[in-house]
Design a binder for this molecule. Structure first.
Ligand code: FMN
Length: 204
């Protein structure tokens, strides 16, 4: 993909700022596919992969999402808005799909039943929260993939979750990692403002 921007991990992290104004350039199909392929590689406990991504590019729907996000203009003006949810109930309904192909046939059923009994001991809400901790990792991967390929974004949780569920026909049990408007930056965003390492790191 020589024609594609590709930043190092270090560059992607250092140059990422929340961007709330985008140009009108759309995201070409090939780059959209690359972003999604990278997110797909996110890790999760037991490899359960509870994230589900809804990519909104249609204008009318984007405008409705903007309304659900209390009128935050970056939603309607971004060429694509990624809505990232966790769906643990879908995971549990399809547990055999999560078992690694290298696990021998004789052990697969046992693996599935161990996983099922672990999660059946939790409420839908509890396992929803468990799935969300995994999905937040994928949300981070998504931000980095976007940045690394030359696009910008802003992570968002400021929206009416019930309204977004209705707009996208999402299941009631879905948990939101966030929504991510994505596009080419029309400004630079704010400089980083972060705590010093002394405050956030302890060596033992
Ligand atoms: C989980 C999460 C939710 C956020 N929600 C919003 C939001 O609803 N609207 C918004 O404009 N920014 C939102 N932000 C962006 C933060 O304000 C921003 O990441 C923070 O101020 C640091 O700035 P930077 O991203 O430019 O480094 C959110 C960020 C995160 C991680």
């Amino acid at each position: 993909m020589a024609d594609q921007t590709s930043l190092s991990v270090e560059e992607a992290i250092e140059t990422r700022h929340s961007i709330r104004r985008f140009t009108e350039d759309p995201i070409p199909k090939k780059e959209m596919s690359k972003i999604l392929e990278l997110v797909r590689l996110s890790p999760s406990a037991w490899n359960l992969q509870p994230w589900r991504l809804h990519v909104v590019i249609e204008s009318t729907l984007k405008n409705k999402l903007e309304e659900a996000a209390y009128g935050q203009k970056q939603v309607g003006s971004a060429p694509a808005v990624f809505v990232v949810i966790s769906d643990m109930e879908d995971v549990l309904a399809n547990l055999p799909d999560t078992i690694h192909p290298s696990i021998p046939e004789a052990r697969r059923e046992e693996e599935v039943s161990n996983l099922a009994s672990f999660f059946n001991g939790m409420s839908i809400e509890e396992r929803g929260q468990w799935g969300l901790t995994q999905t937040n990792i994928a949300f981070g991967f998504l931000m980095m993939a976007v940045q690394g390929l030359g696009y910008s974004s802003v992570p968002m949780l400021g929206f009416d979750q019930q309204k977004v569920k209705e707009l996208l026909d999402l299941p009631e049990h879905a948990k939101f990692a966030g929504i991510l408007p994505v596009g080419k930056a029309a400004n630079e965003g704010y400089p980083h403002h972060r705590f010093e390492l002394e405050k956030i790191v302890t060596f033992h």
